[in-house]
Design a protein around this ligand. Structure first.
Ligand code: NAD
Length: 266
């Protein structure tokens, strides 16, 4: 089988760089093109940065998507929706790590998947975190009376809150309780809020320094507390998961998949 040719979206970004390093280190997949938004500092430079790979970052999306099999996309919601439509039109694999998408963005991405794109979308591509989702669902189901709070911390450049991962953990807890997260989440408390809503799932977001991603799910009962933690030490783990997803999607039919599908947890 020939190597899977990927286009790296947001090549100059933190995850873009991690994705380039992960693809370069993995047999069977190559960086064919790399692109970023017009005016981004990476345009015109080698995508490998200090370790050149012979691929120049372009702002010409059409050129970057021509002749490739897959897009690795950790960028911004509007761009990910536009790329999903391109993936549908061109029959590409589209790996979406972008977080902060609205319901309308997610609906547009699902429509692109129904129209011919093979999309794997996840708020977190790490193996450990995806395993934790199952544990959270199980704990939430087993401890119906416990209050669930989700605490996350990320670096000071992160633009969306709560994190995509915190929302995935919230969805897992809601699934364990057979409720919808949308109708039961408490986001950010400030001032005279009144007592905690029984059965709600609370979120708190901390931002600072260079923290890559830390999540804690707290299940608080009347006289005991369980805390389930995940700490990402390195961005490489997300990129390795994204590469694994791209190689897995090669053998799938068009559709919308999660990391749990890739890892066989479903
Ligand atoms: P970043 O700001 O370092 O990089 C984003 C890159 O996307 C930048 O280079 C930016 O110029 C580029 N970009 C923005 N709009 C674009 C467009 N229209 N066309 C092409 N490129 C465009 O951010 P980051 O830390 O790399 O994170 C990127 C996204 O990935 C965020 O949504 C973040 O939350 C998410 N993320 C997801 C996971 C996961 O496992 N799913 C892990 C880490 C980060």
């Amino acid at each position: 089988m020939s190597d899977l040719k990927v286009a790296i979206a947001g090549a100059g970004g933190r995850m873009g760089g991690a994705n380039i390093r992960a693809v370069t280190a993995t047999p069977g997949i190559v960086v064919a093109t790399a692109f970023d938004r017009a005016g981004a500092p990476a345009i015109g430079k080698d995508a490998g940065g200090t370790e050149p790979i012979g691929v120049i970052v372009t702002d010409d999306v059409n050129a970057a998507l021509t002749g490739v099999d897959a897009i690795l996309d950790f960028t911004a919601p509007a761009n990910s929706v536009a790329l999903a439509n391109e993936a549908a039109r061109r029959g590409l694999i589209h790996i979406i790590g972008t977080t902060g998408c609205t319901e309308a963005d997610e609906a547009a991405i699902a429509a692109a998947a129904a129209n011919g794109a093979r999309i794997v979308m996840a708020g977190n591509f790490s193996l450990g975190l995806n395993l934790l989702l199952g544990l959270v669902k199980q704990a939430a189901a087993a401890l119906p009376g416990f209050d669930i709070e989700i605490l996350e911390m990320h670096h000071n450049k992160k633009v969306d809150a709560p994190s995509g991962t915190a929302l995935m953990l919230g969805e897992a807890a809601a699934a364990g309780r057979n409720i919808t997260l949308k109708d039961h989440s408490e986001r950010g408390r400030d001032g005279h809020t009144g007592a905690r809503q029984p059965g709600s799932i609370g979120f708190a977001s901390l931002r600072g320094g260079s923290v890559i991603g830390e999540h804690k799910v707290i299940l608080a009962g009347a006289s005991e507390r369980i805390e389930l933690n995940h700490i990402a030490d390195n961005r490489a783990l997300f990129a390795e998961g994204a590469v694994r997803a791209a190689l897995w999607a090669r053998d799938q039919r068009p559709g919308l998949y999660s990391m749990a599908d890739v890892l066989g947890f479903n």
